[in-house]
Design a protein around this ligand. Structure first.
Ligand code: SAM
Length: 178
């Protein structure tokens, strides 16, 4: 299973930090890539790439102005489209089904900025709510991936890392690759 996150409607400056966070969350919680759509902006992509270089991957970050192209490409390859929205069906009612489908198919998980185009609700195979309350795209992506992978993403190892944290109860211990 490959999981790609499509960040919809990025607005340069206004969403710079949050889009970067969506990318970092996607990487840390086991997705394979993020595609950023909306206003062209190299900053989040560069930051995500820098983090991947330092802390390991593989994780791909790219920009595509036209979200329809990403959706069409994913559909053509037989991927399942999941749209994260507070208006959707409860995550816990649908995650077992999505996990089952995702054993054989790739997933494209879409998360918006301010307001997503109405077509997204129609094109998605699943409109999924991570609670029916408004919150954050970064939180929605994190909780969705955590449920999808049933917590196994916490043990993921990242290849080619220059730095690895040695977990401990207090203080910071970081191992640098020679
Ligand atoms: N009222 C807006 C809407 O859904 O059209 C909320 C926008 S919110 C600031 C930005 C993104 O966060 C949404 O497009 C959605 O992907 C995600 N999000 C926010 N709350 C969510 C929830 N409860 N469940 C799933 N996704 C959520």
């Amino acid at each position: 299973m490959r999981v790609a996150i499509l960040r919809l409607g990025h607005r340069k400056k206004r969403d710079e930090r949050l889009t970067t966070h969506v990318g970092l969350v996607a990487r840390a919680f086991g997705a394979n890539e993020i595609i950023i759509s909306g206003e062209r902006d190299a900053t989040p992509i560069n930051t995500i790439k820098k983090v991947t270089k330092k802390w390991g991957g593989p994780f791909k970050a790219s920009f595509e102005a036209n979200w329809k192209k990403v959706v069409r490409g994913a559909k053509k390859k037989g991927a399942i489209l999941v749209h994260l929205t507070m208006y959707g069906e409860p995550l816990l009612d649908k995650i077992d089904e999505i996990r089952k489908v995702a054993r054989k198919k790739d997933l494209l998980v879409m998360a918006g900025a301010e307001k997503v185009p109405g077509q997204i609700f129609l094109v998605a195979n699943y409109n999924i709510a991570v609670t029916s309350q408004p919150h954050s795209e970064a939180a929605a992506v994190a909780v969705f991936l955590h449920e999808l992978f049933e917590g196994r993403e916490m043990k993921k190892t990242f290849r080619g890392a220059k730095l690895t944290i040695q977990p401990q109860a207090r203080g910071k211990r970081v191992k640098a690759k020679e």
